[in-house]
Ligand binder design. Structure first.
Ligand SMILES: Nc1ncnc2c1ncn2[C@@H]1O[C@H](COP(=O)(O)OP(=O)(O)OP(=O)(O)O)[C@@H](O)[C@H]1O
Length: 264
C-alpha cells in the first residue's frame, strides 16, 4: 500500500523482456508493470526458467528491454549514462565475477569505483564509506582476510558490503541465498531487511525462498507464465497467487501458515 510519505523509486511500464537475434525475438514475459517504493525490501519469485534473471538483467541494463520502459527516480534508464546508473544502482550477482585473491577490504573498495579517479585512488571519504559498509554488515573482523579463505555465507556478506559501499539508492541481488544453508538463507534475507530499515535503501532480490520472502518482504513480484504481479505478500496470499505458482501434484500452498508443504 502506498502511504503519503512513499516515494516511487523504480518503475516498469508495459515492460516486455526477452532475447532478440537478427532472425527472431523470444519474449520471456510481457505486460510487466510495477512501482517499487523507496526503503522497501522486494522479493522477486517464480518457478525455474520463468525469467527472473532476465528481468533483473533488463532492470540493470545488461540486456535491452524488448519494449516498454524502466525509470529510476523518475528518469528513463534509456537516457541514463552507465556512470550515472552505477551511482544509483548496484548489483550482487549469484556467481561473483571477482578475483578471490583480493582481500575483503579490497573487494569492498571496488564498490567505490564509480567515484574514484581512473587509477582508483581512495580518498578519506571513500575509506570511511568502506569501513561503514563493513561495520553495517558486521564483517569488520574479516577485513584483512583473502576472499578465497571465506565460506559461501561470508563471501555473500562481503558482496553485499561492496554493493553498500557503492552508495546507491537501489541494490539488486540475483539469488543471494543460493549455496547457503537454511540458517544462512534466513540470516542474509533478514540482513537485507535490516539494511532497508537502517539505510533507507531499496533492495530487490530474486529467490526461490518463497516462504522466507513472504515473511520478510514489504513487496513481492511474482512471475507466472500468464502474468507478473506485484503487491504486498498478504495481498498476494489472499488473491491466491501462490497457489497457482507450481503444479499441485507435489507441493501445495497453505494459506494459513503462508508456506508450502509437500502433498502426502
Ligand atoms: N542468453 C539467452 N538467450 C536466449 N534465451 C535465454 C538466455 N538466457 C536465458 N534464456 C531463457 O530465458 C528463460 C528465462 O530464464 P531465466 O534465467 O531468466 O529464468 P529464471 O527464472 O532466472 O530461472 P532460475 O530460477 O532457474 O534461475 C529460459 O527459458 C531460458 O532458457
Amino acid at each position: 500500500m502506498k502511504t503519503e510519505a512513499s516515494h516511487t523509486i523504480l518503475t516498469a511500464k508495459q515492460l516486455s523482456i526477452g532475447y532478440k537475434t537478427k532472425k527472431a525475438e523470444t519474449v520471456i514475459a510481457s505486460n510487466i508493470n510495477f512501482e517499487l517504493q523507496k526503503g522497501q525490501l522486494i522479493g522477486l519469485v517464480g518457478a525455474n526458467g520463468i525469467g527472473k534473471s532476465t528481468l533483473l538483467r533488463t532492470l540493470i541494463q545488461v540486456q535491452p528491454e524488448l519494449s516498454g520502459s524502466i525509470s529510476l527516480n523518475g528518469k528513463d534508464l534509456k537516457t541514463t549514462s552507465t556512470l550515472e546508473l552505477a551511482k544509483q544502482l548496484s548489483i550482487v550477482l549469484t556467481e561473483p565475477l571477482i578475483s578471490k585473491n583480493l582481500s575483503v577490504f579490497e573487494l569492498v573498495a571496488l564498490g567505490r569505483h564509480p567515484y574514484t579517479n581512473w587509477i582508483g585512488n581512495l580518498t578519506e571519504v571513500d575509506i570511511a564509506i568502506i569501513n561503514k559498509s563493513l561495520d553495517l554488515i558486521k564483517i569488520v573482523d574479516l577485513k584483512d582476510k583473502k576472499c578465497y579463505e571465506l565460506s559461501d555465507g561470508q563471501l555473500q556478506k562481503v558482496m553485499i558490503a561492496r554493493a553498500l559501499a557503492q552508495d546507491t539508492d537501489v541494490i539488486i541481488l540475483d539469488e543471494p541465498t543460493s549455496h547457503l544453508d537454511m540458517y544462512h538463507k534466513a540470516y542474509i534475507l533478514k540482513l537485507l531487511q535490516r539494511l532497508t530499515k537502517d539505510t533507507g535503501k531499496t533492495i530487490l532480490f530474486s529467490s526461490h525462498e518463497i516462504d522466507l520472502a513472504i515473511q520478510l518482504c514489504d513487496t513481492m513480484i511474482v512471475m507466472q507464465k500468464e502474468k507478473v504481479v506485484c503487491n504486498q505478500p498478504c495481498q498476494l496470499i489472499s488473491e491466491g497467487i501462490f497457489e497457482t505458482l507450481f503444479p499441485k501434484d507435489l507441493i501445495v500452498f497453505d494459506e494459513k501458515t503462508g508456506s508450502f508443504r509437500v502433498t502426502k
